[in-house]
Design a protein around this ligand. Sequence first.
Ligand SMILES: [Zn+2]
Length: 350
Amino acid sequence: MKREQSPFCIAGEEIPPGHRRTVNIAAAKMYNRNELYMDVHVIHGRIQGPTVFLSGAVHGDEINGVEIIRRLLKMKLLNSLRGTLIAVPVVNTFGFVNRTRYLPDRRDLNRFFPGSPKGSLTGQLAAIFMEEVVDRSTHGIDFHTGANFRYNLPQIRAVISDPVIKDMAMAFGTPVVLDAELRDGSLRKAAYEKNIPLILFEGGQSMQFDPIPIRVGTRGVVSVLRQLGMLPKAKQKNKCTQPILARNSTWARASASGIFLPHVQLGEIVTKKQILGLVTDPLGESEHKITSPSSGVIIGKLQSPLVHKGDAVCHVAGISDMDIAETAIDSFQSEFEFESKMQQYEEGYL
Ligand SMILES: [Zn+2]
């Protein structure tokens, strides 16, 4: 039985069923007496269904999610949405404007959830986001990229022991799903403790719009909304293969300070102790090998050649079945290589 929704209330505003609206939420008061606002776009479908939030730029310089959400909001498909979508392309407005991960009090928002109205500036923003967005939702997707010159293969991080979260993670369609531990203070942990299933998308690097992660991310949200019954099922079955499920991951670190010369590509399957790269010096007099800590797939890689000993250079997701992994990665790469060639013939963005 299809039931019409009641109006959706957020930040003191009421949105009738079948309407969409942008609501400005006062995120914090600044020392120049002005309020700083967080823009929240709500699409409130006519028919009842789940309420999903999408959050971008919790780390203000990780902007692929901003573009993923922008592209998504343009889709006509959302006119037939069941339930409610709460899209917050820029959670950390301070960081987005200043091109930094942090807030003005130099704190990392993703270490301060669930926050407190009586806490620091960062804690207050976390608390407002929990109250106005997370607490009104039944599910969530949080968008991130690699930090600090690190480029991430498109991947989902999620608590796989939770069946609802696992279904969302597998439906998203990234080549790798990582069963990642919950970090204290993260939005993922705060949502988990409130029993709100949340998956985290990682792809590309900070301060860039990376075409492939953006395409994977946009398509992934649509797949999850279909899986949750908020959008009609796809007419054609998605050709993307089943993701690789990785139970753990380890960073290979620079074995010396110097110049990092990688020997592997993102998405490459590696075996334990395989050489991932060398660290040399400007005169080429020294050469230190960096070997893989485990068998797996490279899901993150340092883009800068300048390293100190101990710096994280290659992120290896541990996998047990190398054949399945190879098939998944090959299929992902051929699909997106083809798509990026096609894109050269297209005009601009989607
Ligand atoms: Zn991040």
